[in-house]
Design a protein around this ligand. Structure first.
Ligand SMILES: [Zn+2]
Length: 270
């Protein structure tokens, strides 16, 4: 599944091809993805200039004066900028053609992605209750400490709650907790301010590193220019249950938290 670093990598890859370009037309090869594609996408986008391509959490927004196309890659979606005469393959659901003859093509075999519409000056309901971006200054140890008081949920579930902070998926939560030395099952409300400061730093370090490298990978992903967009990342705990801790050599433990597999070192993480 594309995680925040892959979505940010996609955004950065698309930006030079899309920003400032005028949209010629929209071709929808099916009426829905995860949800129905609203009529404004076909009606409003043609003729509009793309002022910016932004990311919020794992959503991408194509901003125009009329409003923004809101895209999510879901489990298996990819976006590429292609020559206008590129043959259509299976699962190529949407083309947004540009006046320069190229097109932005959305392919999504599993159709968990979406294409929605956010009118100018409004915030789509999917974006309304989201927490801060993990790489923004508003996200830090003091913030996590304040938001966690009185919460009995495991700290890993707390960290993966999009209302607390966006874009920290299962891999990055597990790796950040390992880096910060915090046991994933510990109650969020009982983690100290100092340890939350380490955790916020770890989240920023790990996500920042993944973005620099073009995103981690567990799955095939095609970046905007057609090259693989995910890179293998050195994972310390995620997916390593039963193996030796890279720090102390003890066998890594595993459990399920909120139906997500969790791996940690019982010695290095308290
Ligand atoms: Zn260890």
């Amino acid at each position: 599944m594309p995680e925040l670093p892959e979505v940010e990598t996609t955004r950065r890859g698309l930006e030079p091809h899309l920003q400032g370009r005028r949209i010629h037309g929209v071709i929808l090869r099916r009426p829905d993805l995860r949800w129905p594609i609203p009529p404004e996408v076909e009606r409003e986008l043609p003729g509009q200039r793309i002022a910016a391509i932004r990311r919020r959490a794992k959503y991408l927004l194509l901003d125009t004066d009329a409003g923004s196309a809101l895209l999510h890659l879901g489990m298996s979606g990819s976006l590429r900028v292609l020559p206008g005469d590129t043959p259509v393959r299976t699962h190529d659901h949407v083309d947004i053609s540009l006046e320069d003859g190229r097109l932005l093509r959305f392919n999504d075999p599993r159709r968990f992605g979406c294409l929605l519409w956010q009118p100018s000056g409004e915030t789509h309901e999917l974006l309304r209750d989201l927490g801060p971006e993990p790489l923004d200054d508003a996200f830090d140890g003091d913030y996590l400490f304040a938001r966690s008081r009185g919460r009995s949920a495991p700290v890993k579930a707390f960290l993966m709650d999009q209302r607390i902070v966006v874009g920290v998926g299962n891999i990055y939560a597990a790796e950040s907790l390992f880096m910060a030395g915090i046991g994933p099952l510990r109650e969020a409300g009982k983690v100290s301010r100092e340890r939350y400061q380490r955790l916020a730093m770890a989240v920023k370090d790990i996500l920042g590193h993944a973005i620099t490298r073009g995103g981690t990978t567990l799955r095939d992903f095609i970046s905007p220019d057609g090259a693989p967009g995910y890179f293998e990342q050195e994972l310390s705990v995620y997916g390593r249950e039963g193996e030796a801790c890279v720090r102390c050599g003890r066998v890594l433990r595993h459990a399920s938290i909120g139906q997500r597999a969790t791996v940690w070192c019982g010695h290095c993480q308290r």
